[in-house]
Design a protein. Structure first.
Length: 561
């Protein structure tokens, strides 16, 4: 049964174009509700105050439960100083202390940890987030969905947390491999029921080799509204992140800065995907929306608070996809009315099949319009491809636009401060250096320290013992210097104990040398293939430069040559 392991069918997200007719119909569902509520309504604020008072002393033993409660407080505006937020952070840091391969979490906990940290501070927690993303990618089934570890089938409930967490991560700048999203989108298309709904656990047949069309088959009694809402939201995520369909906030939105509008206007258009049929994905969404409309109810017989939260997610994406801002929605009014009837004296809600703290956190996230907050927040990060969670500059007046990114200018950093910033991620200048790698690379080609030592040489010497974020930054700087003498340092990075550094080293090698190794990034997580990958690059550089690469690398690490 859904939820026998964890929370059950949880929420979902984003973004494919909805027809105006459908959106209007969804917005009008329960449109006859007597009161028009918003999160700022006195009645809603009173309910939230009671709910959060209960959550102040509530807890859950699982990482996912702690992160869900922590997420509710973050959406309320609390930070690390709050006990529940601090508790969730500590739990996340404990499970990410080692390498990504050692992270053994259920899909819900893995996904919620990513979502929680991305909403709290994606820059500060960029290393744990990166590890959690890698762990999530590794758990994806061959079929393309996510599911229980002892089964090969995917299920819509867990798949939404794979997709949702990757959406949250992508929107604050973490790169997500297209293949992960493509496999997810294809699985969602293949397991849709002929009725348009989705099942909990999906089954599918093969593809017509002549047409490439996926034939829908009967999914049985597990097709229902809750998991359909989850799966439908996952199709929005895949379409958005694969840029099959892009939802961009309207440029007349008064909340957008001029710099961000410039980025949005310059954003590349939607593009065809070689593996995912856009028409098939659009049809899956159209049919899914029809099923949703035909079966809509504000009440769910199973996991009602999870369902309300999932409903808020779906409707928020519907509004965003149509470029509309709806202040008072009929479905939200109905949900508030329902929650007013079922809230208990202690501030929690009537049991809905999940632990009280979990049901209460879901109810609070619904009342806060949590997904709408995430979508509005994504505007601030739009087009800012900030690897590792780097944030947008606070002063947009001084911002620059580079490669569809909003970046703070490097400014007139003195050489010693520039070097110190590169080697210490905690320094306030570090984000600006990370934002301006091309400019830094050009400057460092001829920059020297007071003792006439080249700054680049000092970076080579410091590289092996530098913090992870600094090692990543150094590799990125060297990749743009157009100097092959930095290849040995990049190969040292390829041998690094940290997977994030190894990934960056491989990308930097390929960028600097204009050479693609026959072994791809997948080799970085396989001991045997990883050794072959290192040997391939050493052999290539050895043929290029004659000296043995191991001596060159040792020399680079020791003397900065």
């Amino acid at each position: 049964m859904i939820g026998s392991r964890f929370f059950a069918s949880l929420p979902s997200r984003r973004i494919f174009a909805l027809s105006a007719l459908f959106c209007a119909a969804c917005a009008g569902i329960a449109g006859n509700t007597a009161h028009a509520f918003t999160p700022d309504s006195p009645e809603v604020k009173s309910m939230l105050a009671k709910g959060f008072k209960f959550l102040e002393t509530a807890d859950d033993d699982r990482l996912g439960g702690k992160c869900l409660i922590g997420l509710a407080f973050v959406k309320q505006g609390k930070r690390e100083e709050h006990d529940k937020v601090k508790s969730a952070v500590e739990a996340c840091l404990n499970v990410t202390a080692g390498e990504p391969e050692a992270i053994d979490l259920d899909i819900y906990s893995n996904g919620l940890a990513i979502i929680f940290l991305c909403n709290l501070d994606p820059y500060k927690y960029r290393i744990p987030i990166e590890k959690l993303i890698i762990a999530m990618e590794r758990k994806q089934k061959k079929c393309g969905g996510w599911g229980y570890p002892n089964e090969e089938v995917g299920d819509s409930s867990m798949t939404q947390y794979g997709a949702l967490s990757l959406w949250e991560a992508s929107k604050v700048g973490f790169p997500i491999p297209d293949r992960v999203l493509e496999n997810c989108a294809i699985w969602l298309i293949r397991v849709q029921d002929p009725s348009g709904g989705w099942p909990y656990k999906g089954k599918h047949e093969g593809t017509n080799p002549e047409t490439g069309v996926y034939k829908r088959i009967e999914q049985g009694t597990e097709v229902r509204l809750g998991v359909t809402t989850a799966a439908l939201g996952s199709t929005y995520i895949c379409a958005d992140l694969l840029r099959i369909t892009i939802v961009i906030p309207r440029n007349d939105d008064p909340t957008l800065s001029p710099a961000l509008i410039q980025v949005l206007e310059a954003a590349p258009p939607a593009k065809p995907n070689e593996r995912v049929d856009a028409a098939a994905l659009k049809k899956a969404q159209d049919d899914g929306r029809l099923y949703f409309r035909a079966n809509y109810s504000i009440k769910s017989p199973v996991f009602p608070h999870y369902y309300l939260y999932a409903l808020e997610r779906f409707q928020s994406f519907a509004e965003a996809s149509d470029g509309r801002i709806i202040k008072e929605s009929g479905w939200y009014n109905e949900g508030v009315t329902q929650l007013k009837k079922t809230q208990l004296e202690d501030g929690s809600w009537e049991p809905g099949g999940l632990p009280k703290p979990i049901d209460t956190a879901f109810a609070c996230l619904f009342l806060l319009r949590s997904t709408k907050k995430s979508i509005e927040r994504a505007k601030e990060f739009a087009a800012a491809k900030l690897v590792g969670g780097n944030r947008l500059p606070k002063d947009f007046a001084q911002a620059k636009v580079r490669d569809q990114k909003v970046v703070a200018p490097l400014g007139q950093l003195e050489t010693d401060k520039l070097l110190a910033a590169i080697l210490d991620p905690q320094r306030p200048e570090f984000p600006r250096v990370l934002d301006n790698v091309p400019e830094v690379a050009v400057r460092l080609r001829g920059e020297t320290l007071p003792d006439n030592t080249p700054v680049a040489k000092r970076l080579v010497t410091a590289f092996p013992e530098a913090p992870v974020a600094s090692r990543v930054l150094i590799l990125r700087i060297f990749s743009q210097m157009d100097q092959l003498r930095h290849v040995p340092t990049l190969i040292i990075g390829l041998e690094d104990v940290n997977l994030q550094v190894r990934r960056e080293a491989l990308e930097s090698l390929q960028k600097l040398t204009k050479r693609i190794s026959p072994l791809g990034s997948e080799a970085l997580s396989d001991a045997k293939k990883h050794a072959e990958l290192i040997a391939d690059w050493k052999a290539w550089y050895s043929r290029l430069s004659n000296p043995r690469i191991d001596r060159v690398a040792e020399s680079a690490a020791g003397s900065g040559s």
